[in-house]
Design a protein around this ligand. Structure first.
Ligand SMILES: Nc1ncnc2c1ncn2[C@@H]1O[C@H](COP(=O)(O)OP(=O)(O)OP(=O)(O)O)[C@@H](O)[C@H]1O
Length: 244
């Protein structure tokens, strides 16, 4: 049986005096791609920050591979890509990866593999500041892949990318999961939902569904996740109340 990479229980987070996550719980299995979908401001980034251990929790718990999120033992097991590009503009792609490989104490042999995985071989010597937004995001993703993480946390990695690239990136996420890692990907684009093994639908700091995309559509008697989301919000879906 698949083990859980992540276990979140009764998680409450406050930011700026407001309750941003309102007591949520879920698990992510090893070897799976879990999607996190919800409108802007619903708390996706805050949840991801909680998993990587950079967010103060008001109550509840977040365990990753059986350790408390943020503990030192997890540092090299998690790859995290935020919405901010985290690579240096004045270095080339390869120079960036060399720098981060040193910081992370990772074998230099991983550099070429990571560049190939994000399809930047043809731009490996280009200065990051001269790359397109999508190429820069892929350079950040390559940094996260350097340590061959067991959990990859990706905050809206496909924003602004063309459809072909988005498709290729999702293929890469599944390849990473097939090798046994857990991949947690957020998006506010509902049509990306079907690319996930399992989905969390989130609204205003609450998880309104936690299931496979097929089951979410089935239970809400809808044809797509956007309609399912609306059905859940409006309470019109069959058994909608039992979804989460
Ligand atoms: N540094 C902060 N201080 C106070 N409140 C914050 C801070 N960062 C975020 N928030 C608030 O927390 C809530 C959740 O924000 P969060 O960034 O987690 O949402 P999100 O779903 O990731 O949004 P988006 O899709 O736009 O990135 C929002 O209402 C936001 O205003």
């Amino acid at each position: 049986m698949m083990k859980n990479a992540v276990e979140v229980r009764d998680l409450v987070v406050r930011r700026g005096g407001r309750e941003v996550l309102k007591g949520i719980g879920f698990t992510i299995a090893e070897g799976s791609v879990m999607g996190l979908l919800g409108p802007s401001g619903c708390g996706k980034s805050t949840l991801m920050r909680s998993l990587v251990g950079v967010q103060q929790l008001a109550s509840g718990s977040v365990e990753v591979f059986g350790e408390e999120a943020g503990s030192k033992a997890l540092r090299h097991r998690i790859g995290y890509v935020t919405q901010e590009v985290s690579v240096y503009d004045d270095l080339s792609v390869t120079e960036n990866l060399k720098f981060f490989a040193q910081v992370l104490g990772v074998d230099g042999a991983r550099i070429e593999e990571a560049i190939a995985a994000v399809d930047l071989v043809s731009h490996k010597d280009a200065v990051v500041g001269h790359l397109s937004g999508g190429q820069r995001s892929r350079a950040s993703l390559a940094v996260a892949l350097l340590g061959d993480p067991d959990l990859l946390v990706l905050d809206e990695p496909t924003v602004g990318l063309d459809p072909v690239l988005r498709r290729d990136l999702w293929k890469l996420f599944h390849e990473i999961a097939e090798r046994g890692a857990a991949v947690f990907v957020s998006s506010h684009v509902m049509d990306e939902a079907d690319r996930c093994d399992r989905l969390l639908l989130m609204r205003e700091g609450v998880i309104i569904a936690d299931d496979t995309p097929e089951r979410i559509r089935e239970k809400t008697r809808t044809d797509d996740i956007e309609s399912a989301f609306l059905a859940l919000v409006e309470g019109t879906g069959d058994q909608a109340g039992e979804m989460a």
